[in-house]
Design a protein. Structure first.
Length: 247
């Protein structure tokens, strides 16, 4: 399953446990434990911790997101998943550590819950999050996640995307409009060499170096077509029932 499902754990120094709860934006559970820093990587590269002041006006110590990622990645990879992003923010007197994971075929809620438990144990055994309480949230990427890696394109086969083309160094600056450099099509293949798109019925191939970050487009028309099909089936069934009843 892809999307923004979450499983969260509230951690504080001392390791005491609390009952699971529900967080906004997805399914989550929490239990306090020791919060410590670890390796991390931001969604688009390297990230840094948030040092904004807490509720008491005291600035929280910065956390190295690279260290969080380095600690979390082996745990995620052992589950045949990829760590797609690490974000650390301040929330009053505590922090929120958000990890985004993904895998071939999406990520189930059970996998998210398991990843949260495994990561919690690893983080508790390290000092990477320091002594400030924090909430751990593990989620799968939403459809708004840009397609930047080969695995992103492979996992989006069959989806309609809009993607900017890299500027041609040989073209004079300003000779092409922004809209002319954006291609919209359906992903039909993704190999080691590049991506194949169905653009208005024409199959076109692009190298990864020719493409900017792709964006998946939500296809409301398909949902409308499905609704029309369901209504037609219901009408047909109603007509059959009338015939059987002799009316």
């Amino acid at each position: 399953m892809s999307g923004s499902s979450r499983h969260g754990s509230v951690r504080s120094p001392g390791g005491a446990a609390s009952r699971p709860g529900t967080a906004a934006g997805g399914s989550s559970a929490g239990r306090p434990a020791t919060g410590r820093p670890g390796p991390g990587r931001a969604a688009t590269g390297k990230g840094a911790g948030d040092s904004r002041p807490g509720a008491g006006g005291r600035a929280l110590p910065a956390i190295d997101a690279d260290r969080v990622a380095a600690l979390a990645e082996p745990v995620i990879h052992a589950m045949d998943l990829d760590l797609e992003g690490v974000r650390i923010t301040a929330a009053g007197r505590r922090r929120v550590l958000r990890l985004v994971v993904d895998g071939d075929g999406g990520v189930s809620l059970d996998a998210i819950a398991l990843a949260s438990r495994e990561l919690s144990a690893v983080l508790d055994d390290s000092e990477v999050m320091g002594d400030v309480p924090y909430t751990l949230e593990v989620s799968s990427p939403g459809v708004d996640r840009p397609l930047t890696e080969r695995r992103h394109w492979r996992r989006a086969i069959g989806r309609l995307v809009a993607v900017p083309l890299a500027a041609d160094p040989a073209s004079p600056a300003g000779t092409e409009s922004d809209s002319a450099r954006v291609v919209e099509g359906r992903i039909t293949g993704a190999s080691a060499d590049g991506v194949t798109l169905d653009v208005a019925g024409e199959s076109r191939q692009f190298g990864y170096g020719d493409l900017g970050p792709g964006r998946i487009k939500i296809e409301f028309a398909r949902l409308a077509d499905q609704d029309d099909t369901d209504e037609a089936d219901a009408d047909e069934l109603s007509a059959d029932e009338e015939g059987l009843n002799g009316y």
